[in-house]
Structure formats: C-alpha cells, structure tokens
Design a protein around this ligand. Structure first.
Ligand SMILES: [Zn+2]
Length: 263
C-alpha cells in the first residue's frame, strides 16, 4: 500500500469502506458495473498525491452520491449530514481525492458543495458565469481527471441563468460598447441559443429561457466530451463520464438530464 498506510486510509471517511477490508491487491472500486468498463481490471487504484494509492470512485457511484446529497439538501436534512462528516482542514493538507468535478455557474444561489450537501475535499469545482467551456475550464477538468482520477464531470446550469438572459437580450437588441470580457461569455453561449431559435422560433419567453438553459448545458457537456483529446481518451478507456444537470432555483432540486447512463 506504499506510503499511505491502511490506518491512514481508514481515517478518510469518504474512502469507500468496502474497499478497505479486502486483501492487498484486491482493492475493487466497488461494483464492476459502475463505469470504468475498460479500466485495467486487475488494479483500479490510482497513484495518490500523498505518495500511496487511493481507490478510484466509479462515475456511477459518484453520481449516486450527488443525487443522494441533493435529496438531503432538498429535504432539509443538509448540514446535519455534512456536519457529521466534517473534516479538519489539516487532514486534507497532504492531498485531495474529489469524487466529482463540477463545472457550474458563478450564480451566488448555486454553490455546488451546498446543493449537493458535500464537505471539504469532496468536489473539484470550477465556476464561471453561464457554466461556459473555454480552454481554462477544459484544462481544469483535465487536471482533476488526470491528477486525482476523478471519474465524474457534471456541467451544472440552473434555471433563470443571468448569462443566458443576457445572451437572449443581446440577440434581441445588440449593444454597442459592451465589455469585450463580458462579450466573450455571451459569445460562448450564443451558438446554442441561436441554434434553438432557428429550430423553434415561436417559443414563449419562459419556454425559451428554459430551453436555452438546457441547450447551453448540453453544449458545454458536449464540448468537454469532444473538445479534449485527453478527456476523450479517459472517456473511451477509463470510465470518465460527463453529464449535464440543471438546478432549479425554485425547488433546490438538481435534474440530471444529459448523458446519464441507463441503469
Ligand atoms: Zn447562471
């Protein structure tokens, strides 16, 4: 087990406990049906930044954790669970093993750790207005997927997203003198919204915003799946999964609607 002792691992309550009681060399990462179908079956471990090995959490298991965490959040049990699993920051100083990568919007009402009821070290979060995908976002996802062996990526958009509304306004009434930095965000969202308007030009405004939010989430997820040779390779050979989800500001619920594998 290298420099990371079994005792140290047992202190990490987020490590799947089922993997710890097995004999050396049999650190299964849970149900073999959980993602990672082509991963080296004999040794699903990843090299840990602490100098030892950590079990990789398969994408489907990670997705189940997020769904369950959001269920706690919605049912107002959040906080209790996160508090019970609270980790002293020093415990993670030597390394991290986030089980999911979240590319979310910067909106103050959609903090990933809270809406999924997760704690320190659980999520690798990238936030940018409109959950757009530009090179630095792709690089951040690549970094976490390769460095930490994280196998689930979630593009997390939300209802009534201001970046989507700004893009729709810009399409309706182009403005002069807009900040080029702000424009760079709108320009990333524009193609999926324009495509939607071409297909369904008669949508009422509420439906249009709803559909545009989802089109933008799908576009970002697709970009991550196909815009990086490294991520494509991890998807094809190592069980990486990229899904799209929408958070409802009204209900607090996350709906995973894009790229979710059938049970
Ligand atoms: Zn937003």
């Amino acid at each position: 087990m290298g420099a990371l002792s079994r005792a140290q691992l047992s202190l990490d309550h987020r490590t799947p406990l089922g993997t710890l009681s097995q004999p050396e060399g049999r650190l299964d990462a849970g149900d073999p049906d959980h993602g990672a179908t082509n991963r080296t079956a004999s040794d699903p471990r990843i090299h840990s930044p602490r100098g030892g090995y950590a079990p990789m959490i398969p994408a489907k298991e990670a997705l189940a954790r997020l769904i369950e965490g959001n269920r706690r959040f919605v049912s107002d049990q959040a906080g209790k669970a996160a508090f019970a699993r609270s980790t002293h920051p020093g415990e993670l100083a030597g390394g991290q093993f986030p089980f999911a990568i979240i590319l979310g919007c910067s909106d103050s009402r959609v903090p990933a750790e809270i809406v999924f009821d997760q704690g320190l070290g659980d999520l690798f979060v990238i936030r940018v207005a409109g959950n757009i995908v530009a090179p630095s976002q792709v690089g951040s996802v690549e970094f976490a997927a390769e460095r930490f062996g994280t196998r689930l990526v979630v593009v997390l958009g939300h209802s009534s997203c201001g970046a989507i509304l700004a893009t729709l306004e810009e399409l309706a009434r182009p403005t002069e003198g807009q900040s080029p930095n702000l424009r760079s965000i709108v320009d990333r969202i524009r193609p999926s919204v324009e495509g939607l308007l071409e297909v369904e030009p008669r949508l009422d405004s509420e439906s249009l915003v709803h559909r545009a939010v989802r089109a933008n989430i799908r576009a970002s997820a697709s970009h991550l799946r196909h815009g990086s040779a490294l991520l494509e390779q991890l998807i094809a050979n190592d069980g990486l999964l990229v899904v799209g989800a929408e958070y409802s500001l009204e209900l607090g619920k996350v709906d995973f609607f894009d790229g979710v594998p059938k049970r």
